[in-house]
Design a protein around this ligand. Structure first.
Ligand code: AMP
Ligand code: GLY
Length: 431
């Protein structure tokens, strides 16, 4: 079987690693991939946004299944491009992926389908938005969101009027996020603990995955700026009752609502949820696996992933059951100095060939090899050190022990991945 994975991060490395494991003979391709991915897949120098070029390549080598990692090609309609040529591809259509691509569509969709979410207002001009911010009825903090894709950076929590005004000016006047900020949402600030939820869907059926959680802030104790994710762990802090409530109140109505609106969703649906004192409320949806959440899900998944994704792409998930290891998984992201603002690059990485204690996998994110065959850093999030353990405590310990054996100049990582969950899970939550 020939499988093509699109993307170049740690998420895609974990997908390539998992998809390379099958009973049949596998040929794994990744576009464009990275230096670590090159160890399990043939890397093809095509960018994820070059959807037609990717389809030409897939057709040329008769790929059996294409798996899309990041959101940009989905928003560009890669699934439609492939399907028109009769190429099998795992991921939602452009219309279905709008659930991530447009925050306004997503919020209005939630309202139409009575999916619990924070209250919000939509603004099409800075004058309107500023007028609202200045009005007496606005309660602070408020959350200001650019409508379109902004690489995870288009959300600003404004503590007061001044910060809100600055955020609106940044998005709508200075156009910091380009056309993504043409329209904005001003949203109620929700308080509570945040959790993520992942399901697979074939358009009608909904298959929940085990729980997992990322750490979005750059520094320990959730300080510092938001990032793509500095680490993740699985299982997460979610009890069975809350798990069911999110599945029934958020995930199932979203999949059925999308189908009703002619936007049948085939792929991974990832919801960001706030557990408020009034129950779970959806913050946002993503049309893909999380990164680094995928890096802890893949090692916990038993069996062959290819037939599962194949079945989802073809609308026959009824025959599929996901089987998970009981072991917990933890992922520590090793990031470059300066991340997330301005990452240093070009640093030599050492220690990758160390002998690590326990089952440890290092998924590469931003690495390349130099002429001398050494691994070099090439972006913000560089490596994902993932470990399995009998429980989360052991998984976290193993991941940190391995992380301490790897070095590059300026390397930074959080030292509290999974710490709070370790304490909560001892109280008997589900995974
Ligand atoms: P999003 O991309 O919409 O998930 O937003 C990024 C982050 O901003 C989330 O992970 C939350 O931490 C925070 N956030 C977004 N919306 C809200 C909200 N309504 N209330 C509180 N925090 C929020
Ligand atoms: N880890 C957050 C994301 O993938 O969006």
């Amino acid at each position: 079987m020939r499988i093509l994975i699109i993307g170049s991060g740690g998420r895609e490395h974990s997908l390539c690693w998992k998809l390379a494991q099958g009973e049949d003979k596998r040929e794994i391709y990744c576009a464009p991939g990275n230096a670590g991915i090159a160890g399990v897949a043939r890397c093809v120098p095509i960018e994820p946004s070059d959807t037609v070029e990717l389809a030409d390549f897939a057709q040329g080598i008769s790929v059996d299944l294409t798996v899309v990692g990041p959101e940009v090609p989905l928003a560009l309609g890669i699934v439609g491009v492939f399907k028109k040529r009769g190429l099998r591809i795992f991921g939602p259509s452009q219309k279905a992926a709008e659930i991530e691509g447009s925050k306004i569509f997503s919020k209005q969709f939630m309202l139409r389908h009575k999916i619990p979410t924070g209250e919000f207002q939509v603004f099409e001009s800075d004058a309107q938005a500023l007028k609202y911010i200045k009005s007496k009825e606005t309660i602070f903090p408020v959350v200001i969101k650019a409508d379109g894709l902004a690489a995870g950076k288009g959300v600003i929590i404004a503590k007061d009027r001044k910060q809100a005004q600055k955020a609106i000016e940044l998005m709508m006047v200075e156009k910091k996020f380009g056309s993504a900020g043409q329209r904005v949402i001003v949203e109620e600030f929700l308080q509570g603990r945040e959790t993520s939820f992942f399901v697979l869907s074939d358009g009608s059926r909904v298959l929940p995955m085990v729980t997992c959680q990322d750490h979005k802030r750059a520094l320990d104790e959730d300080k510092g700026p938001n990032t793509g994710g500095m680490g993740a762990y699985s299982p997460a802090m979610l009890n069975q009752e809350m798990f069911k409530q999110i599945l029934n109140d958020v995930m199932i109505p979203t999949i059925s609502g999308l189908a009703e609106e002619g936007r049948s969703y085939r792929g991974v649906l990832y919801a960001g949820i706030m557990l408020t004192d009034k129950g779970p409320k959806a913050l946002e949806f993503n049309a893909r696996f999380g990164d680094p959440e995928c890096q802890v899900l893949m090692p916990r998944l038993k069996g062959d992933l290819a037939p599962v994704l194949h079945a989802a792409a073809e609308g026959r998930l009824d025959r599929v059951k996901l089987d998970w290891r009981r072991e917990a998984a933890a992922c520590v992201v090793l990031a470059s100095g300066g991340y997330p603002e301005k990452s240093e690059t070009g640093k030599t990485i050492s220690g990758l060939n160390s002998k690590f204690a326990g089952p440890v996998i290092v998924f590469h994110a931003a690495t390349r090899k130099n002429d001398g065959g050494q691994y070099i850093t090439s972006g913000g999030r560089v490596l994902n050190v993932v470990a399995l353990g009998a429980d989360l405590t052991q998984a976290v310990e193993r991941a940190y022990a391995a992380a301490s054996q790897i070095r590059f100049e300026g390397m930074q990582y959080r030292s509290d991945i999974g710490r709070e969950a370790v304490a909560v899970l001892k109280g008997g939550a589900r995974g």
